[in-house]
Write a protein that binds this ligand. Structure first.
Ligand code: SF4
Ligand code: SF4
Length: 441
């Protein structure tokens, strides 16, 4: 694509980076076929190619964002299916991240939208605030029907719908410290305890620590780590996202210097995609660029790490039929497609892949709150495809997808690690009925 940026504009490294990306796009439109919003809405401006044109026009003319561009960029899930499809290697992720930051800097949203976004950014990344907010959700639930009828309050209704009615206790295992590996030492890793996941399902990290230590891996929970920054990054709040990134880079650098790390284990693929991008996000900060690149190189999804570990034979071979839902951040963001399915199959599960596996479930960070109508359409489509597999349980590697799919599916939805842990001698996953897992034994 031809571009017309001035030398002065290209002096801004963010604009220069976006210009490089724009020039790679040959407007072939292949990406439109796999874009969930184009498939759902049928509007070119809600396709990757349409958004790329809008972003180009805004940046090239040095214009502040307007209502039209905000509407179509807000509808983008950042699922990155377009990057998997694109034959020209267009880095849509970095382009849309830049556009979102530009929107945040130049556009004044309507009051309720501003308040909702400010509240999400102030609550979700902080486990204690998020826990308190979930407790308060019970008070708002009786008014959910009313909120749903008022367009401006639909995000509040969506939040109430997604909030679980009971909140698990905080994990004692996820406190800073070291969990020694059993038997011969096979590695030393740090684990990201994260934010929303540690409140909604603390057992995911507990199970990961338990399985890894049983396999001989020492697991460090570093002092000072926190939210990876993905949630606010996708809202264009760059300063907040970069502050989170720096905090984590510091925490993991201390752990590296103290005893070395073979990997930084991430159990939510949405976080994994962002942490693997820290090197890029902090490339312009001389104090952090090198450290951030080192952290990104060490970041591994837990299934990616386990697949390289040469696992022993499982203790049980359940034979249970599992529908594997590949989160967008797993398959498109990190290109991890093979390892989770192979691990499940090796552990004795029968793995089925739902149709249209490339399409997003509609979770996408805060998308299911901020765009509840499109999100619900994508969720229902996903659930229909999952249920058509005839599986008795759904496995996936991202808490957002677990919450989203579980809000409409009839079958249990669990993190992949819980099924693997069960096969390798751990307890039956919480929330899955004995019958569900035993049915195919
Ligand atoms: S597939 Fe790639 S090159 Fe083709 S229009 Fe989409 S982004 Fe541009
Ligand atoms: S990130 Fe997903 S929703 Fe956004 S343009 Fe690409 S395919 Fe479409």
């Amino acid at each position: 694509m031809q571009t017309n940026f001035s030398a002065a504009q290209l002096a801004d490294p963010h604009v220069a980076e976006s210009e490089k990306i724009l020039r790679k796009c040959v407007h072939c439109g292949f990406c439109t076929a796999t874009c969930p919003t184009y498939v759902t809405l049928g509007n070119e401006l809600d396709s990757p190619r349409g958004r790329i044109y809008l972003i180009k026009d805004m940046l090239e003319n040095g214009r502040p964002a307007d209502k039209e561009i905000v509407t179509h960029i807000d509808r983008c899930l950042s699922c990155l299916a377009c990057m998997t499809t694109c034959p020209s290697g267009v880095n849509y992720m970095h382009l849309v991240d830049h556009a979102r930051a530009h929107i945040q800097d130049t556009y004044r949203r309507p009051l309720l939208d501003r308040l909702t976004r400010a509240m999400l950014a102030a609550v979700l990344p902080y486990p204690s605030r998020f826990r308190a907010a979930l407790k308060l959700a019970g008070l708002g639930r009786p008014f959910m029907g009313l909120f749903e009828k008022l367009p401006a309050l639909k995000p509040v209704a969506a939040m109430l719908k997604l909030a679980p009615s009971s909140i698990p206790l905080a994990s004692p295992m996820a406190k800073p410290g070291t969990h020694a590996g059993q038997g011969a030492k096979r590695g030393r890793v740090a684990i990201l305890t994260g934010c929303a996941q540690s409140v909604l399902d603390p057992a995911i990290n507990d199970t990961t620590i338990s399985l890894l230590t049983r396999l001989g891996v020492e697991v460090v929970v570093p002092e000072g780590e926190g939210c990876c920054g993905a949630l606010v990054h996708h809202m264009g709040r760059e300063d907040q996202a970069l502050a989170s990134a720096r905090q984590n880079v510091d925490a993991w650098t201390r752990a590296i210097e103290k005893g070395g790390l073979d990997a930084i284990i991430i159990t939510a693929s949405g976080c994994g995609t962002t942490i693997k991008d820290y090197g890029f996000m902090l490339r312009l900060d001389p104090a952090y660029a090198e450290k951030a690149a080192r952290v990104s190189a060490l970041a591994k999804d837990v299934t990616e790490y386990l697949a390289a570990l040469d696992l022993p034979e499982p203790v049980r071979k359940p034979g249970t039929v599992v529908a594997y839902h590949s989160a967008c951040s797993m398959q498109h963001g990190q290109k991890i497609t093979r390892q989770p399915k192979e691990l499940l199959a090796k552990a004795g599960f029968v793995v089925r892949e739902p149709r249209e596996g490339h399409l997003c479930c509609g979770s996408a960070g805060t998308y299911n709150i901020l765009q509840p109508d499109i999100s619900a359409k994508l969720r229902d489509r996903k659930v229909k495809n999952i249920e058509a597999t005839g599986a008795s349980v759904v496995a996936t590697g991202n808490i957002g997808c677990i919450t989203q799919i579980a809000s409409a599916a009839k079958l249990p939805v669990v993190h992949t690690i819980k099924l693997l842990d069960w096969a390798y001698g751990g307890p039956k996953p919480e929330g899955v009925s004995e019958q569900g897992l035993a049915a195919a034994e």
